[in-house]
Design a protein around this ligand. Structure first.
Ligand SMILES: [Zn+2]
Ligand SMILES: [Zn+2]
Length: 448
């Protein structure tokens, strides 16, 4: 059944009169009548509005016809046609005919306008921008959709991008990432590894990745810019030049904008840098809670690294504090290095520092007495100190019972343990710039 007849049938099936529906839509009756009669085309946006008032989903109405012939009715294939026209003709562009070339205009002007119109893009929020090169054709021409408050350039942040393969055999729509953060923080070589890790971590956070998404893309390119896009890909959809005219890209772009907006929500009030700092923290070897740290210590001890080399005594050196991290819930947290905590356990000879006779059990991973690490001055008090709290001098080795007592015991009992540990560590703490009085320490533990 043709789309127009189907719309009419649905309306009549629901006993909605033509005039009533036209009124709800704020359309002239003649327009609705012509659409139902098949003498006027309906745009995708109009179809969406209509579906809202009919209480139907666009997908249900369009059904499988979506792939075969509805594009003609809805004029939805225009975008595919333009991309196809661009890709097919891009090979003819060269340095001499680049200026004012109509083929270049397709990607810099025609398609951005088409996307903006067909998807009703809010240009206050989004920037749609395409490039076919700079004075000469690029290896990988692109067209991006940026959420302005995340980024407005492909070198930074996260964005949607159409990437044309260097051999002009097809193109991708990709949720991608700029390389600048990774290059600045890790250098070019390690940055390439980290950007792929970041892509994987981002994927784990997202719930709306379309099921047919590709996690690896191949642009058949040799230049670093294109290689960067390959590494930065989070999720992508591929369009072969042979079948591009059969694809209704509008649906895909819509799905990917939904995905992009989900990501925007996860980033929240953080900057892109803060988002990545949090995302890659574990990757960089840090943990954010005592529980995670306990797990990490166990793993490190399993590695059975050379004890002599590993175990160095208190260095007695002030350590620069690390910047705080904003987690996915917007909370400010400080990173912990589990290697430091592990080292502290070794320094204590795996004994309970409250009383070395405290009974524990044997840890499976290293065959030594089991104790846990505890930061004497709590890590979340870092703001009050000029130097890092994550140093061996501030980490005690204590048995599970003492550890639980310090966190959950009655104040009187907690205070006994705390005082014992404080007396042992006070001088060491002074040396590393972490001077604290017992009264202040009690306050940190909320002991009156
Ligand atoms: Zn603890
Ligand atoms: Zn103990």
């Amino acid at each position: 059944m043709e789309l127009n007849s189907k719309l009419k049938q649905i309306r009549e099936g629901k006993s909605i009169t033509l005039s009533k529906l036209a009124e709800k839509l704020e359309w002239p009756i003649s327009k609705l009548s012509k659409i139902e009669g098949g003498s006027q085309d309906i745009t995708f946006k109009e179809l969406e509005e209509l579906c809202v008032h009919l209480g139907e989903s666009v997908h249900d109405i369009v059904g499988e016809k979506r792939i075969t012939n509805v594009g003609d009715d809805l004029n939805m294939r225009e975008l595919s046609k333009k991309f196809s026209e661009f890709i097919v003709n891009y090979g003819s562009v060269n340095r001499d005919n680049f200026g004012g070339n109509d083929v270049i205009k397709i990607i810099t002007k025609v398609i951005p306008e088409l996307i903006t119109k067909d998807l009703d893009i809010d240009l206050q929020k989004f920037l749609v921008k395409g490039s076919g090169g700079n004075g000469q054709p690029a290896e990988v021409p692109w067209l991006s959709i940026f959420i302005r408050d995340i980024t407005t350039t492909a070198t930074k942040g996260l964005y949607l991008v159409f990437l044309v393969k260097a051999d002009l055999s097809g193109m991708y729509l990709s949720l991608n990432q700029g390389f600048t953060y990774f290059k600045d923080k890790y250098g070019t070589k390690e940055g390439k590894v980290k950007i792929r890790k970041a892509a994987k971590e981002v994927r784990n956070l997202l719930n709306t990745i379309p099921s047919d998404s590709l996690f690896n893309i191949d642009l058949e390119c040799v230049n670093s810019l294109g290689k960067g896009y390959e590494a930065g890909n989070i999720a992508a959809k591929y369009y072969s030049i042979d079948s591009i005219l059969n694809d209704d890209m509008i649906y895909d772009i819509r799905d990917y904008i939904t995905l992009y907006e989900e990501l925007r929500g996860i980033i929240g009030d953080r900057t892109v840098e803060q988002f990545y700092d949090y995302l890659l923290l574990k990757e960089d070897g840090y943990e954010l809670s005592e529980e995670e740290e306990v797990e990490a210590i166990n793993k490190i001890l399993t590695l059975k690294e050379d004890e002599e080399e590993y175990c160095v005594g208190f260095k007695g050196e002030k350590k620069e504090k690390k910047d705080s991290i904003i987690d996915n819930k917007g909370r400010k947290v400080y990173p912990r290095d589990p290697k430091i905590a592990t080292n502290a356990l070794k320094l204590a000879g795996y004994k309970c520092e409250v009383d070395e006779n405290h009974c524990s059990f044997t840890r499976k991973s290293n065959g030594k007495n089991y104790t846990e690490s505890h930061h004497l001055i709590p890590v979340n008090c870092q703001d009050d100190f000029d130097f890092s709290l994550d140093v061996e001098e501030n980490v005690c080795s204590i048995c599970s019972t003492c550890h639980n007592c310090i966190h959950y015991g009655e104040d009187e009992e907690r205070m006994v343990l705390l005082e014992k540990l404080y007396k042992e560590r006070k001088d060491h703490l002074d040396k590393v710039g972490l001077s604290v009085s017992f009264a202040e320490l009690k306050k940190y533990y909320k002991i009156k």
